[in-house]
Ligand binder design. Structure first.
Ligand SMILES: *Cc1c(COP(=O)(O)O)cnc(C)c1O
Length: 403
């Protein structure tokens, strides 16, 4: 079943687990090995409505028989409708559609620079970012990410980013200069290890942006679309940005990203200032509209919050019982992290052996990202599998100590 790296024609940039899937249904994935897996990855926070949600399948099939692609040379009625709904649900007035998270952040960065350019301050190009951030893999967003491990070997990173410790408002104050254009931050770091600063830090950033005429940019590529228990995480932290990047769950598994902004922040973006061939194509916006249909049903976010609370309570028991394996629960909504005591890849492998799929993150954390439609019985099933994996790993740890 497995193919060694030397015989695969896929560029070997991913360390893929030795498992493939042929079908999905809700929170379950059916492997080509005949096993059923409980999916607490959601395709890295993408399949918010689980696999093959009937409303999304219907929307995609209907659109597929009408029109796939026409480009942005022409009007987009369904794109208009999606943009209007996203704006109605948020601080935003304008939306640019693209195809991925990195592209959404890239648009945010270009917009921030053009905003100051259009106001006659072209020297304001620098963006403040934070340690542990993840903003994507294009050359621009990689520079914003600022991680040495991802930048190594790619030459001079794009100029213009000042990376600071997360949560240090004095450092931000000191770093703001005449060339600063914006501050870019994730409301809750996902890849970085499910970490977030105090809420007061975000209020401080908003005040500093207002005082210095800077744009506040939230990267909600992972936290957006219900993941933290609100449609957008900024609603939970009580501070609205000027620009927001979305992707991952926006299309529920169909690739689409979006850069949302206030009318003021979008001032510099005239025809020709930015573009995308595929961005907001009819298939993508049809599915994203269908995702919103489901998420905007009464009670959807209450369900996410309820499942979050239950899962946190159940996980707390596991942490108490297995201090040699896991030490801490982090996160909000259904973007949860287990800080591992054993090396996190070992925990992920032990969970996979129990047919529970999870995602690694920085800081030796294992992310649990179930579809937002997960129910309590499925949480119990997952926690039972986690418990068994912990028993196995604790046994191995005790054996090692005994040797
Ligand atoms: C995943 C992610 C990105 C990059 O998204 P891609 O679709 O992989 O380009 C950017 N920012 C955050 C916070 C993410 O989690």
């Amino acid at each position: 079943m497995s193919q060694s790296a030397s015989t695969s024609h896929l560029l070997p940039v991913f360390a893929r687990a030795d498992v493939a899937f042929e079908r999905g249904e809700g929170v379950w994935l059916h492997g080509t090995d005949g096993e059923r897996y409980l999916d607490f990855t959601s395709g890295v926070a993408v399949n918010a409505l689980g696999h093959c949600h009937p409303h999304l399948v219907e929307a995609l099939q209907q659109q597929a028989s009408k029109l796939w692609h026409v480009s942005n040379l022409f009007k987009s009625p369904e794109g208009e409708r999606l943009a209007a709904r996203l704006c109605e649900q948020s601080f935003a007035d304008k939306v640019f559609f693209c195809n991925s998270g990195a592209e959404a952040v890239e648009c945010a960065l270009k917009m921030a620079r053009h905003y100051h350019f259009s106001k006659g301050e072209p020297e304001r190009t620098r963006v403040i970012t934070f340690e542990g951030a993840f903003h994507g893999r294009t050359l621009g967003t990689l520079a914003a990410t600022g991680s040495a491990k991802y930048l190594e070997g790619y030459g001079q990173p794009l100029e213009g980013f000042d990376q600071l410790p997360l949560g240090d408002l004095d450092a931000v104050k000191a770093a703001i200069g005449p060339n600063t254009a914006a501050i870019l931050i994730e409301p809750l770091q996902g890849e970085g290890g499910v970490r977030s600063p105090e809420l007061a830090f975000f209020r401080g950033l908003r005040e500093l942006c207002d005082a210095h005429g800077l744009l506040l940019v939230f990267d909600e590529v992972q936290t957006g679309m219900g993941r933290t228990g609100e449609l957008f995480a900024y609603k939970r932290i009580g501070v609205a940005p000027d620009i927001m990047a979305l992707a991952k769950a926006l299309g529920g598994g169909f690739p689409i990203g979006a850069c949302l902004s206030t009318a003021e922040a979008a001032k510099g973006m005239a025809p020709g200032a930015h573009g995308s061939t595929f961005g907001g194509n009819p298939l993508a916006v049809a599915v994203a509209n269908a995702v919103l249909d489901v998420m905007l049903q009464p009670g959807f976010f209450d369900h996410v919050k309820k499942m979050s609370l239950l899962l946190k309570q159940k996980l707390a028991g596991v942490v108490d019982r297995h201090p040699r394996v896991v030490s801490e629960i982090r996160g909000e909504g259904l973007l949860l992290g287990l800080k591992a005591v054993v090396p996190s890849p070992e925990l992920i492998a032990a969970l996979r052996a129990e047919k529970l799929l999870s995602v690694g993150a920085g800081d030796n954390v294992v992310r649990l990202l179930p579809p937002l439609i997960v129910n309590e019985a499925e949480l119990d099933e997952a926690v039972g599998r986690l418990e068994r994996a912990c028993v196995t790993l604790a046994g191995q740890a005790a054996q090692k100590e005994a040797v």
